[in-house]
Design a protein around this ligand. Structure first.
Ligand code: UDP
Length: 415
């Protein structure tokens, strides 16, 4: 059996006050048809990154409405994750060939995991490319009754053909597929059921509850950050697609006029992302010992409460991504009423309405201009922050995503 990830129970009713009666009642109505359905989510890590963040909420919420929901993680060694990160980069458009060695390692690990996978479920939802070929590797095993759904979280708009074509035959074996946006389907796939479902944030998680002012101050002091001075914040893994070096350039450009500006970059090191340390080191050297640049991570005790505190005390939040499957960090900041200056890419386009709740930018110069504008005009920042909060409340809370999933599960089970 693949290892089970323990999750804290959650109760749908607690979301009624924030999300409203309509969505909760809709969820309960659809859940009637799904009572007792056994579902397993499978992904590659229980820590770090957006997928783990989502599953910590969606899995217990599914259980709370009568499904038998579990979350299991695939087992793999460091070589596999190095290969799948290269592969992930190729799917996001980087010039990386998919070699024979990559293919065979990828397939052999998926086969091992398939042989450990119990099929006694009604639905199995496989997240992202790492475990995608597990279903293909099931051939020859006694067929269970499970329907299989592949959930893609990455921005494959500009996928290299070779990488996309490698994955496609494996996707085509699924009973259903879920993407965040239709642009992410690089060339047509052939699955019986297809849905476009954007991710969501949990308004009741420690990540999204704003700590008291006193706690915020303690956290700022702990890391040597001066909360009375302006803070530019980005919360992201250290990853080329999050453009950490570009972020430092942007900070330097703004800092010429705003001498008291600080940059906080808050990262979590994900188990399935071996590039994290490398990009941390690159960013560290690039920062040239600037005492107003704070590169922080879970290694220094930055957890959900700290991330929430930094988002709450930030003057402007940046998400200078070059590709972005969705960008939970954008919704998290908007929920805390912060204006977001973000790369005009991927799932960010679903969230940031340019000039209304933040700014979409193409390059560092433009980002610096918008950050300066927000530092100059707290009233604009506040107005945008309010608009962002409302956008998230209407579109990007866990309850909306749960409802979308349940409706799709019903379609797949009936197909
Ligand atoms: N995150 C965190 N601590 C950090 C950095 C990131 O908890 O120091 C969380 C962040 O708050 C968000 C998730 O990791 O919930 C990242 O998801 P996102 O969709 O933004 O990006 P991904 O890592 O999946 O590309």
């Amino acid at each position: 059996m693949l290892p089970l990830v323990p999750v804290q129970p959650k109760h749908l009713d607690q979301y009624r006050g924030i999300a409203g009666d309509e969505v909760i009642d809709d969820i309960l109505a659809v859940a009637e048809d799904l009572k007792g359905v056994r579902i397993a989510h499978i992904n590659s890590t229980a820590h770090g990154g957006g997928v783990a963040e989502l599953l910590y909420t969606l899995v217990p919420l599914m259980s709370s409405i009568g499904l038998e929901a579990e979350w299991r993680i695939m087992q793999a060694d460091a070589d596999f994750f190095t290969i799948t990160k290269l592969y992930h980069n190729a799917l996001q458009g980087m010039e990386i060939p998919v070699t024979e060695e990559m293919r065979s390692k990828y397939l052999s690990v998926c086969e091992e995991n398939a042989s450990d996978c119990d099929q006694e479920y009604d639905l199995i939802v496989v997240h992202d490319p790492q475990p995608c070929a597990m279903l293909a590797a099931m051939e020859g095993k006694p067929a269970g009754k499970a329907k299989w759904i592949w959930r893609c979280h990455i921005d494959s708009t500009f996928a290299r053909d070779e990488a996309w074509e490698f994955l496609k035959p494996y996707i085509n074996l699924y009973d259903g597929a879920v993407f965040t946006m239709d642009d992410y389907i690089k060339s047509p796939i052939d699955v019986p059921c297809l849905a476009f479902i954007p991710p969501s944030i949990d308004p009741l998680s420690a990540k999204n509850i704003i700590p008291e002012k006193r706690v915020q101050s303690d956290i700022a002091n702990r890391y040597g950050i001066d909360e009375t001075r302006p803070i530019m914040l980005q919360v992201s893994r250290f990853d080329p697609w999050k453009d950490p070096l570009g972020l430092v350039d942007c900070y330097r450009e703004v800092k010429r006029d705003y001498r008291d500006l600080q940059l906080v970059y808050c990262a979590s090191m994900a188990d399935d992302d071996p590039e994290g340390w490398h990009y941390y080191e690159k960013t560290f050297h690039y920062s040239e010992g600037d005492p107003d640049i704070f590169l922080l991570s879970n290694q220094q005790g930055v957890g959900n409460v700290e991330v929430s505190a930094f988002q709450a005390m930030a003057t402007v939040v940046l998400q200078k991504s070059l590709r972005e499957g969705f960008g939970l960090t954008v919704a998290e900041a908007m929920w805390k009423r912060k204006p977001v200056v973000a790369g005009e890419v991927g799932g960010i386009l679903l969230q940031v309405d340019d000039g209304i709740n933040g700014f979409l930018v193409d390059d560092i110069g433009e980002a610096a201009v918008k950050v300066s504008l927000l530092l100059d005009s707290p009233a604009t920042a506040q107005r945008m922050g309010e608009a962002g909060h409302e956008k998230v409340r209407r579109n990007f809370l866990s309850t909306r995503q749960l409802l979308d999933y349940l409706r799709f599960f019903r379609i797949v089970l009936d197909s």
